[in-house]
Design a binder for this molecule. Structure first.
Ligand SMILES: Nc1ncnc2c1ncn2[C@@H]1O[C@H](COP(=O)(O)OP(=O)(O)OP(=O)(O)O)[C@@H](O)[C@H]1O
Length: 235
């Protein structure tokens, strides 16, 4: 078996506010394989975003260990964690955070200008099916198209991992499905390991594995024998 992309052991994050302790993550053990598509499902407050943020180097756990390949993230200082994140991680959030005064092409170019071996902005936009719209401004694009620009921006630096927090949360079913199709297409073509947080249980069928969260723990892991094509989903 190849080395996992992420290996977490007893990963714990505790928030203390006054006298109240919240165990956002409680002793989580987990491996995520190269090229895997993993969906995180679970009620609000169950720890999904906390795990995603720690994997993305945006936050530190309280205890436990986390490796990215053979790099131990839990030993890195903030500067090294920032370098790790810049080099290896693409983020997609619910809200697209595009710069309104820049075209789709220019929004993606912002990232490619500061990366080591980026793809061209038009290449990244064609991977999400938006080559014909690259000179449009965000306001001229639908919500789903704006999210696909955000995905193109996230993958243009060829990250090993794409971390997506509610990427379809603001979208209707049809445009949400196009966004999931774009994520799966990138996983197929570039081999990008992809982690998707969602509240939408229909999306679990496109994953290799589904991690169910409850109270800061992974309560169940479901391995899907086959990944369903995004185009056949509906919700
Ligand atoms: N900065 C913080 N300070 C205190 N508590 C926090 C902080 N961030 C998160 N929490 C708490 O940690 C727990 C886990 O939160 P997290 O955001 O990881 O859940 P989630 O599963 O992603 O929820 P959602 O689906 O609503 O985004 C929650 O109880 C939350 O209130």
């Amino acid at each position: 078996m190849t080395q996992p992309v992420f290996t977490a052991t007893a990963l714990t994050k505790t928030y203390v506010t006054g006298e109240v302790e919240v165990h956002a993550l409680n002793n989580v053990d987990l491996e995520i394989a190269e090229r895997e598509v993993v969906v995180l499902l679970g009620p609000s407050g169950s720890g999904k975003t906390t795990l995603l943020n720690i994997m993305g180097g945006l936050d530190h756990p309280t205890s436990g260990r986390l490796f990215f390949r053979d790099l131990e993230l839990t030993r890195l200082n903030d500067r090294d964690l920032t370098n790790y994140r810049r080099r290896n991680i693409g983020f997609v959030f619910q809200f697209y955070n595009l710069v309104p005064s820049l075209t789709a092409y220019e929004n993606v170019a912002l990232v490619t200008e500061i990366s080591d071996r980026p793809m061209r902005p038009d290449e990244a936009l064609s991977l999400v099916g938006l080559e014909a719209r690259m000179h449009n401004f965000p306001a001229q694009l639908s919500g789903g198209e704006q999210q696909r620009v955000a995905i193109a921006r996230a993958i243009a630096k060829r990250p090993a991992v794409l971390l997506c927090d509610e990427p379809t949360g603001a979208l209707d079913s049809k445009t949400g499905i196009r966004v999931i199709e774009a994520l799966l297409g990138i996983n197929r073509q570039l081999g990008t390991t992809t982690v998707i947080i969602t509240h939408n249980a229909s999306i679990q069928e496109v994953a290799d594995r589904v991690l169910f969260f409850a109270d800061g723990r992974i309560s169940r892991i479901q391995a899907n024998e086959t990944r369903r094509e995004a185009a056949t989903l509906s919700w």
